[in-house]
Design a protein around this ligand. Sequence first.
Ligand SMILES: C[S@@+](CC[C@H](N)C(=O)[O-])C[C@H]1O[C@@H](n2cnc3c(N)ncnc32)[C@H](O)[C@@H]1O
Length: 190
Amino acid sequence: MGTRSFHFVEDYRTLVRQLIAHLPLPEAMSRAVGGDFTAMGQIERQLLIGYGLKPDHTLVDVGCGAGRLAKQLVDYLASGRVLGTDVVPELIDYAKIGCPPTWQFTVVEDIRIPFAENEADFASFFSVFTHLLFEESFCYLLESTGIYWKHDESLSPAARSYSPFLNSSKTGRCSTMHTKRFATDCHSCT
Ligand SMILES: C[S@@+](CC[C@H](N)C(=O)[O-])C[C@H]1O[C@@H](n2cnc3c(N)ncnc32)[C@H](O)[C@@H]1O
């Protein structure tokens, strides 16, 4: 008996393969995650540091894409690491480039986070919920509460699990648009 895959798996894989077919790889990788690869990675990094990310922390970066954030954290997470997930194998391969071999990048096909409980300090979902149904986003947040209680209990769950668009008025518009048909101009949401 066959199983149905989630909408976001084929939507995003198709988009990325089209970009790779028509653009130089670095440009394709950048556009696949919304563009401004270095600048947005820096902003994501500074937001997490502002929320309390420390150099020895483990960050779970759900929907890490091409490693836009991870690549900007290589120097900062001197004794920490990134555990990234994404639904697109080509993005995961690119995310690994330049990152320490102890960092893990894993392909997923659903809304699970395949790391052990208490393994991480932070979970981030930068521009991921814009591509999921509300129910899927909610399940992802529940899932993340199992993996990020390692170090400092004084940090609130909200501070540890950073998803910039969850409470945004944009969320409804983008979520609806992207789940019906993945928009190639998804960078407008980032
Ligand atoms: C706009 S990109 C943002 C990538 C990355 N967070 C960043 O800021 O550079 C959205 C990413 O979410 C990934 N994605 C979509 N659905 C996902 C899911 N259910 N689980 C994990 N990643 C997913 C896509 O493949 C894509 O890489």
